[in-house]
Write a protein that binds this ligand. Structure first.
Ligand code: MN
Length: 158
């Protein structure tokens, strides 16, 4: 996970007079929401985004976020997205970054259970996705996302 939260990468990839995507605005909504967007781009993938530190931490999951335990899926970390992206659905025109259609596959809220450089553990409360999920860093921008059997909660102050 990048240590500095910034939307510079997001902005650099896009022309906001050409794309319907939201402008790169940092904000703190005070909420902890997630979204999974089905993105029919050059390669179909699902974008998993968590509202953390005023941005949406984002991963592209080529085979989709697993709904069952025992399935490990590659999740490639992508640039932080603005919070406004959490409601985004639409069509990004040919020739623009991420050209294709985006639709919301699931959304909801989450509890942050654990977060360090190597691992992020969340308890998702969505329409389709519910329960504990771990996102584990492997190398470079590659992570693995999996559904946990049990949500392990850290004891406060431990
Ligand atoms: Mn995408």
């Amino acid at each position: 996970m990048k240590s500095t939260e910034s939307l510079d990468d997001y902005a650099a990839k896009r022309q906001f007079d050409e794309t319907p995507e939201p402008e790169p605005v940092m904000e703190d909504s005070g909420l902890q929401r997630f979204v999974v967007q089905e993105h029919h781009a050059s390669h179909l993938h699902w974008d998993f985004r968590l509202e953390i530190d005023g941005v949406l931490k984002s991963w592209a999951v080529p085979k989709g976020v697993p709904e069952e335990t025992g399935i490990r899926r590659l999740a490639v970390q992508t640039e932080d997205h603005p919070i406004g992206y959490i409601d985004f659905e639409g069509t990004i025109a040919e020739g623009q970054y991420g050209a294709g259609t985006v639709s919301i596959w699931d959304k909801g809220t989450f509890d942050l259970i654990e977060r360090d450089e190597k691992r992020l553990t969340v308890d998702l409360h969505g329409g389709r996705l519910n329960g504990g999920y771990a996102i584990v860093h492997t190398r470079e921008n590659q992570w693995i996302i999996l559904r946990m059997k049990v949500v392990k909660r850290r004891v406060a102050g431990a």
